[in-house]
Write a protein that binds this ligand. Structure first.
Ligand code: IMP
Ligand code: MG
Length: 194
């Protein structure tokens, strides 16, 4: 797996250090009660698990699922927030009602995922909906949605690790990396032939 990687953008110890500061910043501004931390599965899983253990805030946890990339793609296939596939929305809406929600996702790219989730939860009677991402891509085009809390800004590159996948793989890497172009190309050729 490690031989598939090109560059390390963020090593594991830098993530740990930044999360300590981010959690302190969040704890200082979040309400002291009725907070629901909502990991966005599957990419937000690793980040949310590490972040919540640093928050002294009284909170509950409820997950929601979202997907916009399919298989061996490195660009979002959804064209509008309506095209993002959300899963477990009924339970997430019930958990959000009357609560201050903090959506926790891996990355803010186009913003479609968080915009779709924000809309769905606001409509279900959440008191507030904040967004927190590990990474924010420095894209040419502005994202459709802003994030309230950001751990790292990164260049507009496709990255894997710490929850982020390519074709379902690499989520278990403890740092953030780019992939060798030949690894991406091989997976895309295989997918095209399937
Ligand atoms: P958005 O809806 O375009 O903001 O994309 C957000 C979702 O796309 C994230 O939750 C990720 O699952 C996925 N995504 C965007 N960029 C990357 C990347 O560089 N690597 C892996 N997944 C990504
Ligand atoms: Mg995701």
């Amino acid at each position: 797996m490690l031989s598939d990687l090109a560059q390390t953008l963020i090593p594991p110890d830098a993530i740990c250090e930044r999360l300590d500061a981010l959690a302190a910043q969040m704890a200082a501004v979040l309400p002291t009660r009725d907070v629901v931390l909502m990991p966005v599965l599957t990419g937000g899983l690793v980040f949310a698990a590490d972040l919540m253990r640093r928050l002294p805030t009284r909170l509950s946890v409820a997950c929601v699922g979202a997907s916009s990339y399919a298989g061996a793609r490195t660009t979002s296939e959804a064209q509008s927030p309506d095209e993002v596939r959300l899963a477990g929305l009924d339970a997430a809406r019930a958990a959000a009602r009357g609560k201050h929600v903090v959506l926790v996702d891996d990355i803010l790219d186009t913003g479609r995922t968080l915009l779709a989730l924000q809309g769905a939860l606001q409509a279900s009677g959440a008191l507030s909906v904040r967004t927190c991402v590990l990474l924010r891509k420095n894209r040419e085009e502005a994202a459709l949605c802003a994030a309230d809390f950001v751990a790292f800004d990164i260049p507009d590159a496709f990255v894997v690790g710490y929850g982020l996948d390519f074709d379902g793989l690499y989520r278990n890497l403890p740092g953030i990396h780019t992939l060798k172009p030949e690894v991406v190309a091989a997976a895309q050729t295989k997918a095209a032939m399937a």
